[in-house]
Design a protein around this ligand. Sequence first.
Ligand code: NAD
Length: 352
Amino acid sequence: MSSHRIAVIPGDGIGREVVPAARAVLDAVTARHAVSFEYEEFDWSCGGYLRDGTMMPPDGIERLRSFDAIFLGAVGDPRVPDHVSLWGLLIPIRRAFRQYVNLRPARLFPGVDGPLRAGSAIDLVVVRENVEGEYSEIGGRLSRGFPDEMAVQEAVFTRPGVTRIVDYALELAAGRSGRLTSATKSNGIVHTMPFWDEIVSERAAAHSTVEVTREHIDALCAKVVLDPGRFDVIVGSNLFGDILSDLTAAVTGSIGMAPSANLNPERDFPSMFEPVHGSAPDIAGRGVANPVGAIWSAAMMLDHLGHREAGAEVVDAIAATLADGSVRTPDLGGTATTGEFTGAVVAALGQR
Ligand SMILES: NC(=O)c1ccc[n+]([C@@H]2O[C@H](COP(=O)([O-])OP(=O)(O)OC[C@H]3O[C@@H](n4cnc5c(N)ncnc54)[C@H](O)[C@@H]3O)[C@@H](O)[C@H]2O)c1
């Protein structure tokens, strides 16, 4: 039996509701595939910050280091500024463990009505650069409280950082449709984005089987709304990838459905799996959160740990449950609870 140690951080709000849902599906699928997961739970969250003044303890990264993977719900609380929760937990984990690939698939499942006119099949992956770019700590505030108060924030694009994310996206595209779209804005952002474009062109020349298209991020957003079916793999910087993947989640039905993997492809450190959505304070505590994003993220974790068949079985069970249509959470127009939907996914495992 293959066995793995998983660190679990449920976090805040609906994170604490969708993580048990993903664990229930994992328990069922691992039992079917002779895989053993040993979980250790870490109660690091905004709730913890309000209690102790820190999002995670000073040795938090060291405590996570020996795990095979990290599974996270969501962090965020209206009483805690969002940059505190992001920079106190998520970003330190992504950076300390060199999780430079943020993989965010989006698929319009049969039976789900997206917000767009019917007709377009959507099955794409956003590859977001995850450790540099616009989300940098370099900068500061000056003249606080005076009329001439100012803020400066530097974007950081390094040759190795751009090269490795573009190479990852090219290889992913080569294994799918052979088409890659690069999100840019080199008409307006005159230093970093032309640099990004240059490296995309260089790396594309080295992967001649992949057809690479360049789109400015604003036009790309419009095209994702007008004709999402034309895209397969899209690579973008930290900020562009972040915004674009919320959009691709929205056009496939609900932000609650979108999964993500923060990958350290070299496997020197644990990778982290989490739904794209946040803690959703507006629905937290009601037991109605859509658990698909978390369950699909768990399937991506199975894939990463080498259990492709088990991962595919989970995605098939999600698809079958959505196609059946009788059990749906309210964000998809249904009345099912998180637990009822999860039960239906567990029941659908291995049915195909
Ligand atoms: N990775 C993370 O932990 C993460 C990501 C995004 C936002 N956040 C944090 O979460 C908090 C709330 O942020 P927000 O409101 O901008 O985004 P959000 O994703 O929490 O919610 C946006 C909207 O989508 C709905 N929604 C989200 N997930 C859903 C699900 N699974 N099922 C049904 N509906 C769902 C919510 O009810 C809300 O109306 C903030 O503190 C933010 O910083 C955390």
